[in-house]
Design a protein. Structure first.
Length: 137
């Protein structure tokens, strides 16, 4: 299976949606909804939480499977250094908590997208197939 730009963009879009629906600084997220309704839980809150949990499980399993702990640490360090670079250039301020939250959430979605796409990219670059991708016919 070839990985196209559209495939990567869709993975990023779904990762960004997952991260932003879970928590964002606007006040409209699952975290704020569940927190404000903690004394009055409804099936809607629980079902939405389970759907988000399933999404996180899919993305995290794929990320851990394809990158491993070292790959996740290296990718996180690289993305963290990008934040540092933006601060160093004066494009981002550490006192602007909302902007920092948005940047960190976008970079978390980037990390999840890398995790979801890395096996395809690695196979294309090296010509090697992951053991998980071999058909057992």
């Amino acid at each position: 299976m070839k990985l196209s730009f559209t495939d990567i963009a869709l993975r990023f879009l779904f990762a960004l949606l997952l991260v932003m629906l879970t928590y964002n600084p606007t006040g409209y997220s699952y975290f704020q909804w569940a927190y404000s309704s903690i004394n009055n839980l409804t099936p809607y809150i629980v079902i939405a939480g389970l759907v988000l949990l399933i999404g996180w499980a899919v993305y995290l399993k794929a990320t851990f499977s394809s990158l491993g702990l070292i790959g996740i640490l290296l990718s996180s360090a690289f993305l963290g250094c990008l934040v540092w670079l933006f601060i160093y250039w004066g494009l981002l301020s550490t006192t602007n908590v909302s902007a920092m939250a948005w940047i960190i959430e976008i970079l978390l979605a980037v990390l999840l997208t890398i995790g979801m796409s890395w096996s395809h990219v690695s196979r294309r670059m090296s010509g090697q197939i992951d053991v998980n991708e071999i058909d057992e016919n």
